[in-house]
Design a protein around this ligand. Structure first.
Ligand SMILES: [Zn+2]
Length: 266
């Protein structure tokens, strides 16, 4: 069952991308960008790179999960917990680690240089879901996941369940689709819903540096990194990516390696 769930994840990702693309083109929530095709195609190139790196590194992370179980590494392998409690603790702790890593991606200037490529998109839609710089993917998807899995003693089942929640949620969070207000209000008590996550893409730094949770909203609530806003009240993107040329694929890939004074394209 767990093997099946793990094997289905890439298929679920692709089906969700296609499904939400269709919905947001029939019933868009906010106005699409002036040049929608160019926006989609640029993000598609970045997404394809990040998808391939993710797939490659994902195989290595799975090896680390298996090694952790075989060698009884990490916290949960040293606690005698009933299986359901162990799985729930694994999922919650892994999401807490992801929340803390996301904080570092914003607060450490070196990490932010790469992570801001995801935040630079000033029109959120399904194509923004995987708009991550390759180095950002390595930091959040690989380095953190390996360290988190080993420290937590992440059970394989918990790792697969977490991915099966996080992947579809990632697509929903970025799609340009309106979800019912009642759903947002109640679901966001537990989950980082699309409306909740979109505040994280605000161009206002106070809001950019909030709503860090990937799957659950508990951590933002506990650490006070959240607020109230609706997606239509938000201006997306980053002020330093305010020109059309800033969103070219080459610029997005190269700009983190340039000094701040020379981040404008030639
Ligand atoms: Zn972020």
């Amino acid at each position: 069952m767990i093997d099946l769930l793990a094997n289905l994840q890439p298929i679920v990702l692709i089906v969700m991308l296609i499904l939400m693309y269709c919905i947001e083109n029939v019933l868009p929530y906010l106005n699409p960008p002036a040049n929608k095709k160019r926006h989609y195609s640029r993000n598609f190139v970045i997404s394809l790179i990040s998808f391939l790196i993710n797939a490659l590194l994902g195989t290595l992370v799975v090896m680390v999960v298996e090694l952790t179980a075989e060698n009884h590494w990490g916290l949960l392998n040293h606690l005698q917990l009933p299986l359901p409690v162990q799985l729930l603790a694994g999922i919650l702790l892994f999401d807490l680690g992801s929340y803390l890593t996301h904080n570092l991606q914003h607060k450490v200037p070196f990490f932010w240089r790469f992570h801001r490529i995801h935040h630079s998109d000033n029109h959120l839609n399904v194509s923004s879901s995987l708009r991550f710089h390759p180095v950002d993917v390595i930091v959040s998807q690989f380095i953190y996941q390996c360290i988190g899995v080993i420290l937590i003693g992440m059970p394989i089942t918990a790792f697969v369940i977490y991915g099966s929640i996080a992947i579809p949620l990632l697509i929903l969070q970025h799609s340009n689709v309106r979800f019912p207000r009642g759903f947002e209000r109640f679901a966001s008590l537990v989950f980082a819903t699309p409306g909740w996550h979109k505040i994280h893409h605000s161009s206002e730094q106070k809001e950019t540096d909030s709503h860090y949770g990937d799957v659950f909203t508990f951590w933002d609530r506990i650490f006070g990194t959240w607020g109230h806003k609706q997606p239509h009240e938000i201006e997306y993107g980053l002020k330093e990516f305010n020109r059309e040329e800033h969103h070219r694929v080459a610029h997005l890939l190269v700009s983190p390696f340039k000094s701040r004074k020379t981040t404008d394209p030639e």
